[in-house]
Design a protein around this ligand. Structure first.
Ligand code: NAD
Length: 478
C-alpha cells in the first residue's frame, strides 16, 4: 500500500506539470465517512421525485458545460477531445436515465400471504457508497456508480485515480446537492483501502484492474460489505468473411484504438477467418498507419498520448514480450520520440492464441491478429480466457450472429457495432472480469436493499401464537 501525500498531475501530451494537490489521509477519509453517514438519513428520506429532479438539473448543468469538463479530461489523460466530449455527454445521460428509473422503481407488492395481509417489498437505500474509479473514463465510470446510488437515496464518496484527480471535481462542481451527499477523496491505494475498510461505507463500487479488484473483494468479504467490482478485460473480436472487408477493418480499428486502446472492452484478441486473413491484415495495417496520432485537443487527430510515460513503458514491455513469443510487428511497435507519452498504433501477427492469453490484458494501442478456420473455433478461442467482459463480432449471416449471441461467454456481445453502451442494459463481466452489473435496472437495484414489510390489517389472535396453540391442543385432546 503506497501512501501518497501530494498528487502531481502531468499533461501526458506535453509532459508539463498541470498542478499538485494534497492527497487525503486515512484520518481525513474517516472524517468524510462520518459526514456522509450523517447526511445519509435525510437524503434517503427525500422523495424519489425530489432526488430525481435534482439529478436531472445536474445533468442539464453538466451538458451545458461539456467543453470545459471535457477539456479537463483531455488535459490530464490525453483522451482525444471528441471522445472526452462524448464521455461527458454520456455521463449527463446517465444522470437523466437514473432520475427516470428512481421515479418509477419504488418496490412492489408481493402476493398477499392471507386475506387479511398486505406484503410490501420496499427498496431502501444502503447508506453510504464508496465509488472507486480508474483513469481511463474518469467521469463516465463515476457516473455509472454515482447516478444510480444517489437516485436510490445513498450518499456517495468517490475516489478518482491519482492519474486523473481533476476530472471528477470538474464534473461534481455541477451537482449542487445537499452538503456531504456527494463527496470526493483524493489519493492512491492507501486512501482507497481506507475507504473500503471504513465501517460507515455500506457498499463499495469499484472499477479497475483485476489485481486490485480482487483485493477489494477480499476486504469487503471480511466485513460482509456489499460490493460491485468491474475488473480487467482481454476481449476478443471475431471477423467473419461474409462482411464488407473495408467496413470490418473500420469496425475493428474503432474497437482497438479508441482512447488509444485504453478501454476495458477494447478488442485485444482479433480472430479473423483464414479465407480473408491476409487481405484483412494488409488493409488493417494500412488503416492503422493512417490514424493520425497527436495533440488530443486537435479534433482531426484520432489517437492521443497514453495516460502517462509509465503506462507507455508498460506497453513497450508488452511488445517486447510479444516479440519474444513470436509476434511479428506489421506496423508501429514503439514509442514516438519527443515530448508526451505517444505510442504508434501497432499491429501484431504471428502470436498463438495461447501466447496471447499468457501475455494478458494490453490496455494500449496494440492489435494482435490471429487466423481461425471456423466460426466455432473463433467462439471457442474467444471464450478460452480468464476474463469475459465483452466480445465483438462482425458477421452478416443471421444464424452465425445468433450463435455468437448465445455461445459467447461474456457480459456484453456486440454484433456489427463494437463498444456501444445502452444505458437501459446491464454492463459487467463473466469470470474474472467482475462481479455484479452496472447500468440498466440492475445497476439501480445494486444500490438498494430489499426489505419485506408484512402488514396484518388488524391485530388478532393467530392459532400458532402460544394462547392459540393451547386452544388447538385442548381441542385436539377432545
Ligand atoms: P487500478 O486497479 O490500478 O486502480 C483503480 C482504482 O483503484 C484507482 O482509483 C486506484 O487508486 C484504486 N486503488 C488502488 N489500490 C487500491 C486498494 N488497495 N484499495 C482500494 N482502491 C485501490 O486500475 P487503473 O490502472 O486505474 O485502470 C485500468 C484497469 O481498469 C484496467 O485493468 C482496465 O481493464 C480496468 N477497467 C475496467 C473496466 C470495467 O468496466 N470492467 C472499465 C475501465 C477500466
Amino acid at each position: 500500500m503506497t501512501a501518497i501525500t501530494d498528487l502531481t498531475v502531468i499533461n501526458p501530451a506535453t509532459d508539463a506539470t498541470i498542478t499538485t494537490l494534497a492527497a487525503d489521509t486515512p484520518a481525513s477519509v474517516s472524517e468524510v465517512c462520518e459526514a456522509a453517514a450523517a447526511a445519509s438519513a435525510a437524503w434517503g428520506q427525500e422523495t424519489a421525485f425530489a432526488r430525481a429532479a435534482m439529478l436531472q438539473a445536474a445533468a442539464a448543468r453538466i451538458r451545458a458545460d461539456v467543453d470545459q469538463i471535457a477539456g479537463v479530461i483531455t488535459t490530464e489523460s490525453g483522451k482525444p477531445i471528441l471522445e472526452a466530449q462524448f464521455e461527458v455527454q454520456w455521463a449527463a445521460d446517465v444522470f437523466d436515465f437514473y432520475a427516470g428509473i428512481a421515479r418509477s422503481r419504488g418496490g412492489r407488492v408481493a402476493p398477499a400471504a392471507s386475506p387479511t395481509t398486505t406484503n410490501l417489498v420496499l427498496r431502501t437505500p444502503l447508506g453510504v457508497v464508496g465509488a472507486i474509479v480508474p483513469w481511463n473514463y474518469p467521469v463516465l465510470l463515476w457516473a455509472w456508480k454515482a447516478a444510480p446510488a444517489l437516485a436510490a437515496g445513498n450518499c456517495v464518496i468517490a475516489k478518482p485515480s491519482p492519474e486523473t484527480p481533476l476530472s471528477l471535481p470538474a464534473v461534481v462542481a455541477h451537482l449542487d446537492l445537499p452538503k456531504f451527499v456527494h463527496n470526493i477523496v483524493q489519493g492512491g491505494s492507501e486512501v482507497g483501502d481506507a475507504l473500503v475498510g471504513d465501517a460507515r461505507i455500506d457498499k463499495v463500487a469499484f472499477t479497475g484492474s483485476a489485481a486490485v479488484g480482487k483485493q477489494v473483494l477480499v476486504r469487503c468479504a471480511e466485513q460482509a460489505k456489499r460490493s460491485t467490482v468491474e475488473m480487467s478485460g482481454h476481449d476478443a473480436m471475431i471477423v467473419w468473411d461474409d462482411c464488407d472487408i473495408d467496413l470490418a477493418v473500420q469496425a475493428t480499428l474503432f474497437a482497438t484504438f479508441t482512447n488509444g486502446g485504453q478501454v476495458c472492452t477494447a478488442a485485444e484478441r482479433i480472430y479473423v477467418r483464414d479465407t480473408i486473413y491476409d487481405s484483412f491484415v494488409a488493409r488493417f495495417t494500412q488503416a492503422a498507419q493512417k490514424l493520425s496520432v497527436g495533440d488530443p485537443f486537435d479534433p482531426h487527430n484520432d489517437v492521443g498520448p497514453l495516460v502517462s510515460r509509465a503506462h507507455r513503458d508498460r506497453i513497450a514491455r508488452y511488445i517486447a514480450d510479444a516479440a519474444a513469443h513470436g509476434a511479428r510487428i506489421e506496423t508501429g511497435g514503439s514509442a514516438i520520440n519527443g515530448p508526451g507519452a505517444y505510442f504508434s498504433p501497432t499491429v501484431l501477427t504471428g502470436l498463438s492464441h495461447e501466447a496471447m492469453n499468457g501475455l494478458g490484458e494490453i490496455f494500449g494501442p496494440v492489435a494482435p491478429i490471429v487466423p481461425i478456420a471456423s466460426f466455432e473455433e473463433g467462439i471457442a478461442k474467444a471464450n478460452d480466457n480468464r476474463f469475459g467482459l465483452s466480445a465483438h463480432v462482425v458477421v452478416r449471416d443471421l444464424g452465425l450472429a445468433m450463435r455468437a449471441a448465445r455461445d459467447l461467454r461474456a457480459g456484453t456481445v456486440w454484433i456489427n457495432n463494437p463498444l456501444m453502451d445502452n444505458l437501459a442494459a446491464p454492463f459487467g463481466g463473466f469470470r474474472e472480469a467482475g462481479i455484479g452489473r452496472e447500468l440498466g435496472e440492475e445497476g439501480f437495484d445494486a444500490y438498494t436493499e430489499s426489505k419485506h414489510v408484512w402488514i396484518e390489517h388488524e391485530l388478532a389472535e393467530q392459532y400458532w401464537w402460544f394462547e392459540g396453540r393451547k386452544a388447538m391442543v385442548a381441542a385436539l385432546a377432545g
